[in-house]
Design a protein around this ligand. Structure first.
Ligand code: HEM
Length: 398
C-alpha cells in the first residue's frame, strides 16, 4: 500500500505506507506538489520552526510565492478562516491567541469538569437505556458540541446547525478539494458567519455570561477584536472545539474493540484512563496531516526545500515512529513515555487540549462505568476524509 490519501483502504490503515515513507527524510508527492515528512523528530522540529507558517500571506503575495490567485468566489470562505488564529502567523496570531487563551487555561477548563461530567453521564445513561446504538451520533458528537456551544453561548435551539456547517467548512482541509466541496464550504462560511455576526451583535447589546459576550466586549489594554476577527474566532472555536474530539471518541472505542485484551485491562482498572486516552490518540491518530508553507529555505535530513514549497507533516506516521516509541504498532494503554504529536506543537499547539482531555476522560469514564459490557454490533466504515479522519458510525450493544 502506497501513500494515497484518496483511497479508502489507505485511510483505514495508512501505517504500512508510513513505515515505508520513514525510510527517507522527505518524499515529494506529485499529486499535491507537497513534500511529505514522516519522521517524528522532523515533524516535531518543523512544527516549532518559525521559517515555516500555516500561511505565507503575511510575507508574500500569491504571485511572489508562485501560486495562482484565489478564485474570487472563495472570498467568503477565506475571510472567515483567515480571521481566526489557526490560519494566521505572528504578530496577528500572537494577539488573537492571547485574547482567547485565558478562557482555555488548564485552571479555567478544570472548573468546567463537573458540567462536562454531568453532560457525559446524561448522554451515556440515555444511550444505555436504549440498549446502545451509534456511539458517535449519541455520545461522541453531542458531548463536545454541547460543551463548546454552552461555553460560547450558542442557544440550544440552534445547535443542530453547528455540525453541518463545520463539516462543510472542514471539507476544504482535505487535499485538492473538488469544486463542489469548495462551493459547499463557501455557502457554509457565509451562513455561519452571518449567524454569528447576529449573535455577537445581540450579545454586545445585552451581554451574558458566555465567551461570545466576553470576546465581543474584550478590551485588553485597549485591544479589541474586529467584527471579522470575532466571527472568525467563534467559527474556529466551534469547529475545532468538536471535530477532533468526536473522531477520537469513535476511533478510540473502535481501537479498544480491535484490542480486546487492552479493553479488558482498562475495564479492570479505570485508573489507566489518563494514559489510555493519550495512547488511543497516538495509536490511531484522528488528524493525520497538517501542512506548512516554507517561508525561508530549509533543509530536512540533508534535503534542501526552498522558500515557496509546501510540506505535509504526517502526524499519524510520527506517532508510530520506532525511533521514539517502543513497539509502536502495539496499543499499550499503560504507556507512560508517550510524546505523541496529536495536539501539534509550537505556536499553533492545540488551544483546546486541556478541554479535549477532560471531555474524553469523562465520556470514556462514563461508558466504562455505565456500559461495562458494551460491544461492537457491526464493523464500522471510515469517512472518506484523510486529513480529518473519523468513522461514519460505531454501532454497539450494551
Ligand atoms: C482530541 C481533540 C483535539 C485534537 C486532536 C486537536 C488537535 C489540534 C491540532 C493538531 C492543532 C494544531 C494544528 C496545526 O498546528 O496546524 C489544533 C489547534 C487548535 N485547536 Fe485543537 N484539537 C482537539 C480539540 C480541541 C478543542 C476541544 C478545542 C476547543 C476550543 C480546540 C481548539 C483549537 C484551536 C483554537 C486551535 C488553533 C490554535 C492556534 O492556531 O494557535 N481543539 N488542535
Amino acid at each position: 500500500m502506497r501513500f494515497d490519501p484518496w483511497s479508502p483502504e489507505f485511510v483505514a490503515y495508512p501505517y504500512d505506507a508510513y513505515a515505508e515513507l520513514r525510510q527517507r527524510p522527505v518524499t515529494f508527492f506529485e499529486p499535491t506538489g507537497q513534500w511529505l515528512v514522516a519522521r517524528h523528530a522532523d515533524v516535531n522540529a518543523l512544527l516549532r520552526d518559525r521559517r515555516l507558517g500555516r500561511s505565507y500571506l503575511h510575507v508574500a503575495t500569491h504571485a511572489e510565492f508562485g501560486r495562482p490567485e484565489e478564485p474570487p468566489f472563495l472570498d467568503p470562505f477565506w475571510r472567515v478562516v483567515r480571521a481566526g488564529m489557526l490560519d494566521v502567523e505572528p504578530p496577528v496570531h500572537t494577539r488573537l491567541r492571547r485574547l482567547v487563551s485565558r478562557a482555555f487555561t488548564p485552571r479555567m477548563v478544570e472548573a468546567l469538569r463537573p458540567k462536562v461530567a454531568s453532560i457525559a453521564t446524561g448522554l451515556v445513561e440515555d444511550f444505555v437505556a436504549r440498549g446502545g446504538g451509534d456511539l458517535i451520533a449519541e455520545v461522541a458528537e453531542p458531548l463536545p458540541v454541547t460543551v463548546i456551544a454552552e461555553m460560547l453561548g450558542v442557544p440550544e435551539a440552534d445547535r443542530h446547525l453547528l455540525r453541518p456547517w463545520s463539516a462543510d467548512i472542514c471539507g476544504m482541509y482535505e487535499l485538492n478539494p473538488s469544486p463542489e466541496t469548495q462551493r459547499t464550504a463557501v455557502r457554509a462560511a457565509e451562513e455561519f458567519s452571518g449567524y454569528l455576526s447576529e449573535l455577537a451583535r445581540a450579545r454586545r447589546a445585552n451581554p451574558g455570561d458566555d465567551l461570545i459576550s466576553a470576546l465581543a466586549l474584550v478590551a485588553d489594554g485597549g485591544d479589541t477584536l474586529t467584527e471579522e476577527e470575532l466571527v472568525g474566532t467563534c467559527v474556529l472555536l466551534l469547529n475545532a472545539g468538536h471535530e477532533a474530539t468526536v473522531n477520537v471518541t469513535g476511533i478510540g472505542w473502535w481501537s479498544l474493540f480491535r484490542n480486546p485484551a487492552e479493553l479488558e485491562r482498562l475495564r479492570a482498572d479505570h485508573g489507566l484512563l489518563p494514559t489510555a486516552i493519550e495512547e488511543l490518540m497516538r495509536w490511531d491518530t484522528p488528524l493525520q496531516m497538517f501542512e506548512r508553507w516554507v517561508l525561508e529555505d530549509i533543509s530536512v535530513g540533508g534535503v534542501n526545500i526552498p522558500r515557496g514549497a509546501e510540506v505535509a507533516l504526517l502526524f499519524g506516521s510520527a506517532n508510530r515512529d520506532p525511533e521514539v516509541f517502543a513497539d509502536p504498532d502495539r496499543l499499550d494503554l499503560g504507556r507512560t513515555e508517550n510524546p505523541h504529536i496529536s495536539f501539534g506543537a509550537g505556536i499553533h499547539f492545540c488551544l483546546g487540549a486541556p478541554l479535549a482531555r477532560i471531555e474524553l476522560a469523562e465520556s470514556f469514564g462514563a461508558l466504562l462505568r455505565l456500559a461495562p459490557r458494551m460491544e461492537l454490533a457491526t464493523e464500522p466504515t471510515w469517512n472518506p476524509g484523510y486529513v480529518i479522519r473519523g468513522l461514519t458510525a460505531l454501532e454497539t450493544r450494551v
